[in-house]
Write a protein that binds this ligand. Structure first.
Ligand code: ADP
Length: 479
C-alpha cells in the first residue's frame, strides 16, 4: 500500500523497532480481503521495554510547563488536520469505513487533541480554610504516571486520541496497544507525535496479535499506574481483575445496547434521521449504535417504511470509492454474528422489510430492517454491532422506559419527542451515561462520554476526561 503514513514498525523510546523475534502479522483490508501491511508481533519483552521507556520519560515530561505540553498537542492537532486526507485513506484501508466517515473520525480525533491542549492549561488546584490558625491546606493535581492505553478497531484513530491527548496534557507518559485488526492508524499517530516534537519515550506504541500477552504485562506492571481500555465488556472485566493486585486507576469504555425510542408525539423525520445516523455509522459497529428500536405502535409501519427507504439507498462498497456510503464488517466473526442474530429473529417471527441474513462470501452485510421483534430474540439481548434495525413496538411511556432500561448495559440512549415535559422525564428515568433527545449523534470532545452498569467506568472527553489522568495531592503546611 502506498501511503505516506504507513509504518510497519513499533515506536518505543523514540525508536522504530521490530519484534525481537522478527515476527510480524498481516493487516487486511476488510473490503477487498487483501493484505496491506505487516506489523511487528511483539510480546512481553517489547512491552516491558515500552514500559521502561515511558517510566524514564516521565520525569522530563511532567516537569514541562502546561503551556509547553499544550504547544506539543497543538502541533500534533495541526499535523493531523494537515494530513487529513492521507490519514483518512490509511484508516479506510484497515477499517473499511467510507472515506467521509474516516475524515470525520480524523477531525473528531484532532478535536480531542485540541480540546485537551487547552484543558491542560487549566489544571487548577485549591486552598481550603483550615480549622487551625497556623495551618495552610492546599490541593494540587498531579499526573497519574505511566498509563496503558488499549484501543479497539472501530475508531482506530479517535479512540487512541481520546486517551492520548488527556494523558499527555496531564503530564503522563503512555504505552498504547492498538487492536490487531487496525494497528496502522495508531502507528501513524505515533509518527505525528514524533514530528510534533513530543520527546521519545513519552508515547510508545506496541503492536501484537497476542493481546493477552501484552495486556498481561501491562496490567501486572507496578510501574503502570493506570489503564484506559475501550473494547468488549468481557475483556474489560478481565483487565479489571488483572489490575486488582496493583490497584491501578481504571477507565473502561465497554459494550452498549442503546435503545432508540420514538414517542407518538415525535417529529418522524427527525427520528428517521436520528435512526440512520446512530445505526449505520461504521456499518453499525459502534458502541453507541442504536441497538433496540422502541417505536410507538401507531408509528411502526410509517417508521419502518421510511427507514427501509433510506436504508435501501445506502451504497455498499470499498470505502475509497466516492459513491460508497456503507462499508464491510471488520471480520468474518463479526459478519457471522450478525447472520446468526438476523436468522434467529426471522425464525422466531420477525418480518424482514429489507436486507436479511448475509449470503455472499465477503464481509458485506446489507442494511436490514426488521419489525415484530420480541424479547425472546437474541438480537434484543445481545449487542448486534452490525447494520440491523430491530423494531419493537410499545404503547405507554412507562413500558418504553422499562424496556429500554432492561439491559445490563448503560452507555447511550436516544429518544424522540416534541413534548418538553416528556423529554425531561424520560431523560431522567433512563439508566444510561449519555442521552440524545431528538438527535442520533451526540459525541463531541467537550462532553463526557461514558457509561454506567456493564458499559464501563469513567468518562472520556470534556473537563472530566482530564481528571482520569490526574491524582489529587493534599498538602498541609504548618507555619
Ligand atoms: P472486539 O470484540 O470489539 O474486538 P476486544 O475487547 O476483543 O473487542 O478488543 C479491544 C481491544 O482489546 C483490542 O486492542 C484487543 O487487542 C484487546 N484485547 C483483547 N483481548 C485482550 C486481553 N486478554 N488482554 C488485553 N487486551 C486484549
Amino acid at each position: 500500500m502506498d501511503n505516506p503514513h504507513l509504518k510497519q514498525a513499533c515506536y518505543v523510546s523514540g525508536q522504530w523497532i521490530s519484534a525481537r523475534s522478527g515476527a510480524t502479522f498481516p493487516v487486511t483490508d476488510p473490503a477487498s480481503g487483501e493484505t496491506i501491511a505487516a506489523v511487528p508481533d511483539c510480546g512481553a519483552e517489547e512491552t516491558q521495554a515500552a514500559i521502561i521507556a515511558a517510566e524514564r520519560a516521565l520525569p522530563g515530561w511532567r516537569a514541562l510547563t502546561a503551556e509547553q505540553r499544550s504547544d506539543c498537542l497543538i502541533r500534533l492537532h495541526d499535523l493531523m488536520l494537515g494530513n487529513l486526507t492521507t490519514l483518512a485513506e490509511l484508516l479506510v484501508c484497515e477499517n473499511g469505513k467510507p472515506r467521509a466517515e474516516a475524515e470525520g473520525e480524523i477531525r473528531y480525533a484532532a478535536g480531542f487533541v485540541r480540546w485537551f491542549a487547552a484543558e491542560g492549561r487549566r489544571i487548577y488546584g485549591e486552598t481550603i480554610p483550615a480549622s487551625h490558625p497556623d495551618k495552610r491546606l492546599l490541593v494540587t493535581r498531579q499526573p497519574v504516571g505511566v498509563c496503558a492505553l488499549i484501543t479497539p478497531w472501530n475508531f482506530p484513530c479517535a479512540m487512541l486520541a481520546r486517551k492520548l491527548a488527556p494523558a499527555l496534557a496531564a503530564g503522563c507518559t503512555v504505552v498504547a496497544k492498538p487492536a490487531e485488526e487496525t494497528p496502522l492508524s495508531a502507528l501513524a499517530l505515533a509518527a505525528l507525535c514524533e514530528q510534533a516534537g513530543i520527546p521519545g519515550g513519552v508515547v510508545n506504541v506496541v503492536t501484537s496479535r497476542a493481546p493477552e500477552v501484552v495486556g498481561g504485562v501491562l496490567t501486572a506492571s507496578p510501574v503502570v499506574r493506570k489503564l484506559s481500555f475501550t473494547g468488549s465488556t468481557e475483556v474489560g472485566e478481565l483487565l479489571m481483575t488483572q489490575c486488582a493486585p496493583t490497584l491501578k486507576r481504571l477507565s473502561l469504555e465497554l459494550g452498549g445496547s442503546a435503545p432508540l425510542i420514538v414517542f407518538k408525539d415525535a417529529d418522524l423525520k427527525k427520528a428517521v434521521d436520528g435512526a440512520m445516523a446512530s445505526k449505520y455509522r461504521n456499518c453499525g459497529q459502534t458502541c453507541v449504535a442504536s441497538n433496540r428500536f422502541l417505536i410507538h405502535d401507531s408509528l411502526v409501519e410509517r417508521f419502518a417504511a421510511m427507514v427501509t427507504s433510506r436504508s435501501s439507498q445506502l451504497q455498499q462498497g470499498h470505502g475509497l470509492k466516492a459513491s460508497t456510503t456503507i462499508g464491510p464488517m471488520i471480520s468474518r466473526s463479526a459478519r457471522d454474528k450478525v447472520a446468526r442474530l438476523v436468522s434467529d429473529a426471522i425464525s422466531k417471527g420477525a418480518t424482514v422489510w429489507c436486507g436479511g441474513p448475509p449470503t455472499g462470501s465477503g464481509l458485506f452485510v446489507a442494511p436490514t430492517v426488521l419489525t415484530g421483534i420480541t424479547g425472546e430474540m437474541d438480537l434484543w439481548r445481545e449487542e448486534i454491532f452490525g447494520p440491523v434495525v430491530a423494531i419493537r413496538s410499545f404503547w405507554h411511556e412507562e413500558d418504553a422506559v422499562t424496556l429500554a432500561n432492561a439491559t445490563p448495559y448503560g452507555l447511550a440512549a436516544y429518544f424522540f419527542t416534541e413534548d418538553l415535559a416528556r423529554s425531561w422525564r424520560v431523560s431522567e428515568a433512563l439508566d444510561f451515561g449519555m442521552v440524545g433527545v431528538n438527535t442520533g449523534m451526540m459525541s463531541t470532545p467537550q462532553a463526557p462520554f461514558g457509561g454506567v452498569k456493564r458499559s464501563g467506568i469513567g468518562r472520556e472527553g470534556s473537563r472530566h476526561g482530564l481528571d482520569e489522568y490526574l491524582e489529587l495531592k493534599y498538602t498541609c503546611i504548618a507555619l
